[in-house]
Design a protein around this ligand. Sequence first.
Ligand SMILES: NC(=O)c1ccc[n+]([C@@H]2O[C@H](COP(=O)([O-])OP(=O)(O)OC[C@H]3O[C@@H](n4cnc5c(N)ncnc54)[C@H](O)[C@@H]3O)[C@@H](O)[C@H]2O)c1
Length: 413
Amino acid sequence: MSAQESRILAIIGQGYVGLPLAMAAVDAGWTVIGIDNFEAKVAQINSGKSPVEDILDNQLQTALTSGSYRASTDFSTVAKASVITICVPTPLDEKREPDLSLLQSAATAIAPFVSNETLVVSESTSYPGTLRDIIIPTVDSLKPKDSTIVYFASAPERVNPGDPVWNQKNTPRLVGAIDAASKVKALAFYESICDVAVAVSSPEIAEAAKLLENTFRLVNIALINEFAQLCAASGINVQEVIDAASSKPYGFMPFRPGVGVGGHCIPVDPLYLTWWARQNGGRAEFVETADSINHAMPRYVAQRALKLVDSSVTKPKVLILGVAYKSGVGDVRETPVTELCQHLIAQGADVAWHDPLVPNWNDSKPVDLFWKCDVAILATKQPGMDVGHLIKQGIPILDCTNSIRNLAGVSSL
Ligand SMILES: NC(=O)c1ccc[n+]([C@@H]2O[C@H](COP(=O)([O-])OP(=O)(O)OC[C@H]3O[C@@H](n4cnc5c(N)ncnc54)[C@H](O)[C@@H]3O)[C@@H](O)[C@H]2O)c1
């Protein structure tokens, strides 16, 4: 059977996006090769141990034992695939600008093995033009001579790790293809996995839509973080204000204040937008301001927490509860708790942390909830994290998660 007739999917990158996609594709009847250049991760996956919370070990083991899934470091195996999706990280560099080196190296690594009539899709988040200006020229210049036709599309992943409702199958998928034939192939592929595939007129529309979605979240979080500080300065409970505003049945969407923004998406993707705006001679000033407001939150939270400590304590002991960037995951990438710790330490505090989903963080180990402290900051409410003991001990808690209401000793942001 030629590659184009196969129902073999190769996914480049087996992380928070690639591995759940692999399992969704297996469920839809595809045979999946999960390629990753991190050998230890490939070995872990092939041993049946999932590296991401959304995929349970037994689901992975079933896929492995049925022969419909295997992880590999061998890029030449993409030659068997009729569809190749790229799901590698698109982080920021040290100047906080787009770093497409991993995407570029993934495209370079697959190119010599792309079979004729294969569909290549980028699911990685990036600025408009990435598929057309970077991925396509790379693949076209390095592909085998007899691979005269390669189809291309951009279909940015929207998965929300830890979400009990929305997943790869039931989240509508945007598909922006480079031409009519690619659109037919890409829609057929995503319709085989997702309930709904939404065709848009170009890859750039899909890429820009993804940036808009995450920038929308960033600016609304910044708005509520600023608003929370204004309310706190006037002694008004911002959570109650948000609840009140939420009673309006249209035109309002509640966002909650917090320690800041974290993860691979919300703090990162909007900076792809600001960079892209500058390349085109413009400026996304509103987004830049939102980014600054969110970045100032950890300092504000540190100050608020230390104010809860008796002034006679010279070196306050602060327990941070939850260091992952959001509830339900052990992912600490870009977590605002890193900056929170730095501000607390700079202000003379002795800091420890507890997170049932994070075994190690910043070269340190978690403490238990009985660690003797002067104040606790609930930064991320992890499932099963019971703060009852701290409350019983009369330890003041600053709740940044809106999960403890109306309890003596608990202040909310
Ligand atoms: N995590 C999310 O919630 C989320 C949601 C939507 C979109 N995205 C986007 O999806 C993309 C992937 O994100 P992720 O969270 O899955 O990242 P991740 O770090 O969890 O996984 C990426 C994997 O790719 C591997 N990798 C890196 N470079 C490679 C290369 N050149 N060849 C092969 N493997 C390589 C890494 O070893 C890693 O296992 C990013 O663009 C991200 O912005 C992420």
